[in-house]
Design a protein around this ligand. Structure first.
Ligand code: AMP
Length: 112
């Protein structure tokens, strides 16, 4: 079981900022920006690389939810970044697909 599944099951606490039928979002425990929120599906998919066409609506839903959360957090006007890490070189550490919502400061590009 992943740490995110434990958050979904309320077995460990998290600072949850958004919930709907298909997704929840909570603050990253090790924030890399003033706003750093993780948006995850309730249904576990290990990563984008293991998603199938039948997951398309759910993955799209995460982006729409992230944009709504950005508005809620007051960073939609200044801008923000959505990131999905996949696999080892992508820096993925939790195998439950998630969208990082980062904002509240100027973000550098490209990532190191
Ligand atoms: P990734 O490296 O893309 O898989 O992102 C995993 C993210 O989960 C990292 O940014 C971690 O800081 C974050 N994280 C790990 N455990 C927790 C937790 N218990 N609550 C909130 N965020 C977490």
């Amino acid at each position: 079981m992943t740490i995110f599944q434990m958050i979904l099951d309320r077995k460990i606490p998290a600072d949850i900022v958004y919930e709907d039928e298909h997704a929840i979002a909570f603050r990253d425990i090790n924030p890399q920006a003033p706003t750093h929120i993780l948006v995850i599906p309730r249904r576990a998919i290990s990563g984008v690389s293991s998603a199938s066409p039948s997951d398309a609506a759910l993955l799209g839903h995460l982006l729409i939810a992230a944009a709504e959360i950005a508005r809620q957090e007051g960073i939609a006007g200044s801008g923000y970044r959505l990131v999905i890490n996949d696999g080892n070189h992508g820096g993925q550490s939790v195998n439950h697909v998630h969208v990082h919502l980062l904002g509240g400061r100027m973000l550098g590009w490209p990532p190191g």
